[in-house]
Design a protein. Sequence first.
Length: 110
Amino acid sequence: MSEESDFIPYEVAMQIVGNVVEEEHLRELNKRVLTVYDKEGVELCWYNADEILAEATPEKPKDPESVKRACVEVVMRQIPKWALHDLLKRKKGEGHCESPSCECGCGDGD
């Protein structure tokens, strides 16, 4: 299985992601993370800000807004499938999602 298949489609990410916020890492000084929140403000996942910045290709590298847009674009293409499954579990209030195409194994008796 390719790494790309571990991510949800960009179009789905656009529907579920509410915000991407740069924050201090909770346990490591001088380390920044990009935390992804759903439309209700609940954390979905997070990324090392330096790694995402290294992947981003802003149109205007010296413009902070351009850099931010480029980083958000990278993040939106790398939302892991497990984050969507966690969101679905939370929304349904059940122990597993009921999607027939679920690949996470959550319906396998956990």
